[in-house]
Ligand binder design. Structure first.
Ligand SMILES: [Zn+2]
Ligand SMILES: [Zn+2]
Length: 607
């Protein structure tokens, strides 16, 4: 059928709108009366999308051809390669066109109608719920009777309730939404061909929409309130892109959902972590069929440009204190950076037993975190603290190893720790940990501070005695190996090492005989002058037994002039020098000078 009068499609005009104007030009008042051959389709359909083998579709293609017009620019099918058959929907193409195109009912902008009364094809794309020109939401229901709007009614500008469509008021769209809408509009209509990601790279229009739809599915059904700017969309509680949910779609929901999906594709750092966290919890609580969500996540990561999203996912999962993270097997991510690991993984790492791990946790050597889920408690171990513990062990030496390196006995090593000359990294008397650990460097520095004071001699002469013998000789003065070594370290006692020994330890030290005697003398002198004699020495002086001395003390013939508490809580008693000289003079009837000489002879009063 060829009409007498012709007209031409306006910019972005839809097929229905064009046919309607063509009908009016030829004095028909409605499309229904011109296309009787295709029945009621003009009342039921918006003619915006032609499916294969659609009877009215084939008829209209033929009709336009015979009137010299190309149908392609008037129908939504032109966007299919981008929005429907983009390789993401797969077998769901029929469903996908339903998601992205209006087909039965339409929406419109009254301001555009006032500018020029014709229907714009892009109003039929559900991803574009606002008018880019007038920055307002499109109207999807009659403002008066609230019914959905058919194309047949809209083109007469009058609802069945009497409302004039072009007189309707509109609501301004959120500024941020407009920015995203303008970008989507340009991409769909071919005005721009790529989008920049915040990461600094570009997505071409195909890549963008592949990812965009995957993210639409990812956030589908999720609580919309968790996303920023949700306050501008008070009526939108949840997203429903897939039509799987009962909640009704609206222009506002589509505006918000496309906004969020766009942001997730382009600025994933901002809110994608939160989405993954939410989905992880959905999985954990088993409140939704989690496998579909992880299916989309997998597709996103497998996408040519999907790597940055996988990194964000890995970070979220690795930072999680949730034990279920270990059970996520559908999506492969790098678990090596996991912040928290299970007890089993920790035991494997430290190569030890459960009890050892618990002990390490109790002693604070390894950090842990406890979570509760469904009344069950889970302990997760902080991976970093395990690594630090292992590194400490690798770097440090045990108590036993330390005695070997230093050439000291356990007892001597402990005495040095007690004196504070050597500070361990960990240990029973230090930080409560059961085992002693020493930094290798600390031990070497300590050893070096002693051995470096020793002179090197080719062979041992009788000027020198071994450390062991030296210790034996000063034992009665209550001097120990630590006192001798500290004196060597301070340069107050000469020491030597045979030059044939390449890596000497304390055991290899030779002590100067002369210095040792001087030390003994000084020590004795100092002690007798300041504190006096011990009861044991008095037995030697007066050639009497222990009981006699005790009797003298009891009878106050001798008075204890000094008490000293020892490390083992015993007490040493001393009697001062003058009492002894006085008693010697009295009992032996000798002079003070002779008494002194007598004591000197006993080596109990150094000259
Ligand atoms: Zn408009
Ligand atoms: Zn109405």
């Amino acid at each position: 059928m060829r009409l007498l009068k012709q007209t031409y499609p306006k910019d972005g005009e839809s097929l229905y709108s064009f046919l309607h104007r063509l009908a009016l030009t030829n004095y028909y008042h409605h499309l229904g009366s011109i296309f009787r051959d295709i029945g009621y389709s003009a009342y039921e359909s918006s003619y915006s999308y032609i499916k294969n083998n659609s009877p009215w579709g084939n008829y209209l293609i033929e009709f336009l051809n015979s009137n010299g017009h190309n149908i392609d620019e008037l129908i939504l099918n032109q966007f299919d390669s981008l929005l429907v058959a983009n390789g993401v929907g797969g077998t769901e193409e029929g469903l996908q066109s339903h998601r992205v195109y209006n087909r039965l009912y339409t929406k419109y902008c009254p301001h555009c109608f006032k500018d020029d009364f014709y229907h714009r094809l892009h109003w039929e794309i559900t991803l574009l719920p606002v008018c880019s020109k007038h920055t307002c939401y499109l109207i999807e229901r009659c403002p008066n009777c609230k019914n959905k709007i058919t194309m047949g009614r809209l083109m007469t500008d009058k609802c069945s309730c009497g409302e004039v469509f072009s007189e309707a008021n509109t609501e301004q769209a959120h500024k941020k939404v407009m920015t995203v809408q303008n970008k989507l509009h340009s991409l769909i209509t071919g005005k721009s061909h790529y989008i920049k990601r915040s990461l600094g790279d570009k997505l071409d229009v195909e890549e963008f929409f592949q990812l965009f739809f995957l993210f639409c599915h990812l956030i589908d059904g999720l609580d919309a309130k968790q996303f920023s700017h949700s306050s501008a969309f008070k009526d939108v509680s949840k997203f429903n892109f897939s039509f799987k949910y009962k909640i009704k779609r609206s222009v506002k929901m589509m505006a918000f959902q496309t906004f969020v999906a766009y942001q997730l594709v382009v600025n994933p750092e901002k809110e994608l972590g939160k989405v993954f966290e939410t989905i992880k919890n959905v999985y954990v609580e088993r409140t939704e069929p989690y496998h579909t969500k992880y299916g989309y996540i997998k597709k996103i990561f497998n996408h040519l440009k999907g790597k940055p999203y996988l990194e964000i996912f890995s970070n979220v999962m690795n930072d999680s204190k949730d034990v279920y993270v270990n059970r996520i097997t559908r999506v492969k991510f790098n678990k090596e950076n996991k912040r928290y690991i299970t007890m089993g993984e920790a035991i494997h790492l430290i190569n030890s037993e459960h009890a050892t791990l618990l002990n390490l946790c109790n002693k604070g050597m390894i950090k842990f975190s406890q979570t509760e889920r469904h009344g069950k408690h889970y302990t997760l171990i902080e991976r970093k603290s395990v690594i630090e513990y292992l590194e400490m062990k690798k770097r440090c030496l045990t108590h036993f190893q330390a005695t070997k390196i230093l050439g000291l006995t356990f007892h001597a090593l402990n005495a040095f720790i007690k004196k504070g000359s050597l500070v361990p990294k960990h240990g029973p008397g230090f930080d409560g940990y059961d085992l002693w650990y020493f930094e290798k460097d600390d031990l070497n520095l300590f050893l070096e501070s002693i051995t470096s004071k020793a002179s090197r001699i080719p062979s041992r002469t009788n000027e020198w005695i071994t450390l062991k013998d030296a210790v034996y000789k000063v034992r009665y003065l209550e001097l120990g190996v630590t006192d001798l070594l500290l004196k060597v370290k301070e340069g107050n006692l000469s020491a030597a090492i045979l030059s044939s020994i390449t890596s000497p330890t304390c055991r290899d030290l030779l002590i100067s005989f002369k210095d040792l005697n001087k030390l003994r003398e000084d020590n004795l002198n100092e002690r007798i002058n300041t504190r006096g004699y011990k009861p044991k020495e008095l037995r030697k002086v007066f050639k009497v037994g222990q009981y006699t001395i005790e009797d003298w003390i009891h009878d106050e013939i001798l008075t204890i002039s000094h008490y000293e508490k020892n490390d083992n809580d015993s007490v040493t008693r001393y009697v001062d020098k003058n009492q002894i000289i006085h008693l010697l003079r009295k009992s032996k009837g000798i002079s003070k000078r002779d008494a002194i000489k007598y004591l000197e002879g006993l080596q109990l009063l150094p000259k």
